[in-house]
Write a protein that binds this ligand. Structure first.
Ligand code: ADP
Length: 296
């Protein structure tokens, strides 16, 4: 099954053009949708999740027209929104069982088996009788995945799932997602480059409602390989270097800036070659200083 998004546009009532002709084909597996805050990721995710209308364009999921056959799509969709609220005074077993009833699973034994399997899968078995209000951020996110999996979805959308998780919780969550991605379309929307780098076989980078890159993360890295250079400088040189070079990132190391620049031909004076990273691709596209990659 494929999710095909064609020329999708959306302008909000306040005049913000959140999606400007987005075209993407998404296959089974983990797909990373990467972009800074305000890029249009949630607008796109909510539209795919049948929660808001687009102005023009089409989305199809297999044989379904996502924009018109909403009920059918919802039956095979699992959605974990950015703000995932839980009922704090209810335990995981009770809430999952209740949600399974709402999804139409009438048979009690079937529900019990499903709920138990989901709790094991998301590593929440030991906390199954604890009220959700007492769950950590990571546990809540894993519960979010458990509820998203109830209907055995063909498409799962997770919007910014790792924000606020500590490193151990983040790892556990990402491992869970990659397991699910083996036989489902999973769209991971995030502004965290690492999430995409670690998990996704396919990705897109969006900014200002436009797709700037689509393809494999490794191809993206290969396309800037040998063109990225690093140098440590003094703080008062920053402005001069920004003017002279295509600076794609700046960071402080022990109080002194280290800058990364993009240069196609050769080493700029005083710079050292550095192994290119997905971050370099991302920042060079987001800052739009040059057209590093042709979209395909
Ligand atoms: P992201 O998820 O990448 O942060 P969003 O899709 O939330 O991006 O937002 C894209 C742009 O649309 C932003 O400029 C945002 O302020 C604007 N926007 C999002 N939702 C609405 C809305 N309901 N009404 C008006 N503007 C919105």
């Amino acid at each position: 099954m494929q999710l095909i998004i064609d020329n999708l546009t959306k302008t909000y009532a306040n005049g913000v053009q959140a999606l400007k002709g987005v075209t993407l084909t998404i296959n089974q597996g983990m797909f990373g949708l990467l972009g800074p805050n305000g890029a249009g990721k949630s607008s796109l995710m909510r539209t795919i999740a049948t929660l808001q209308e687009a102005d023009t364009g089409t989305i199809t999921l297999g044989d379904l027209n996502v924009l018109t056959q909403k009920e059918e799509v919802r039956k095979i969709l699992g959605y974990l929104p950015q703000e995932f609220g839980v009922y704090p005074k209810v335990d995981a077993v009770t809430l999952l069982d209740h949600l399974a009833v709402l999804k139409g699973i009438r048979n009690k034994k079937e529900r019990k088996e499903l709920v138990e399997a989901l709790l094991h899968k998301t590593n929440l078995w030991k906390a199954k009788n604890k009220n959700l209000g007492g769950y950590s951020g990571g546990m809540k996110q894993r519960f979010g995945i458990a509820q998203a999996l109830i209907a055995n979805p063909k498409l799962i959308i997770v919007d910014e799932p790792t924000a606020g998780l500590d490193p151990a919780e983040r790892n556990r969550f990402l491992n869970l997602l990659s397991e699910i991605g083996e036989n489902t379309i999973v769209i991971l929307s995030t502004h965290i480059v690492e999430d995409v780098k670690e998990l996704c076989t396919d990705m897109a980078i969006i900014n200002n409602g436009e797709v700037l890159y689509k393809g494999n993360p490794l191809d993206a890295i290969a396309s800037v390989s040998g063109k990225v250079w690093k140098r440590r400088i003094e703080k008062n040189q920053l402005e001069e270097f920004r003017n002279q070079y295509t600076v794609i990132s700046e960071r402080l190391i022990a109080g002194r800036p280290e800058i990364t620049v993009y240069n196609e031909d050769s080493a700029p004076e005083g710079f050292q070659k550095t192994e290119a990273d997905l971050e370099d691709v991302y920042f060079s596209l987001i800052f739009g200083k040059q057209n590093v990659l042709a979209t395909n």
